[in-house]
Design a protein around this ligand. Structure first.
Ligand code: HEC
Length: 101
């Protein structure tokens, strides 16, 4: 199972291909824990479950930033540039909390 940790080295991730992507992923009723930024994280649920995002290995805030930017550039996630910082702080926090369980 790919955990998506190879993309940072790939020179191809910035290429933007315009094509329609049909995303078929297991549904989950898991939602993001409430907190500053959780409203932004709700946008991630357009395409996949909170559980799918939260089960990632603990990433640093910088790694989350890259991950969020990948979602924006590769998959077209509707996240504003100005929201990436706040969202990466939120993601690294809830993701670390998740590891601690
Ligand atoms: C427009 C659809 C879309 C949106 C919105 C979206 N993602 Fe994704 N995401 C995907 C797809 C497609 C994959 C690849 C799934 C796979 O490989 O099975 C993915 C995979 C992931 C992965 C697994 C690692 C990887 O790189 O494949 C993480 C973590 C992730 N997304 C986080 C996020 C976060 C955080 C947000 C909100 C900022 C977000 N996603 C918003 C489509 C989206």
């Amino acid at each position: 199972m790919g955990l998506g940790l190879v993309w940072a080295q790939s020179p191809h991730t910035t290429a933007i291909a315009i094509h329609s992507v049909s995303v078929d992923m297991p549904a989950s009723d898991t939602v993001f824990p409430p907190g500053p930024g959780s409203d932004l994280a709700g946008k991630c649920l357009i395409c996949h479950s909170a559980g799918m995002v939260l089960k990632q290995p603990a990433l640093t805030q910088a790694e989350w930033k890259a991950e969020i930017n990948k979602m924006r550039t590769v998959y077209g996630a509707p996240i504003e540039d100005s929201d990436v910082d706040a969202l990466s702080v939120y993601m690294s926090k809830v993701n670390a909390d998740q590891q601690a369980k």
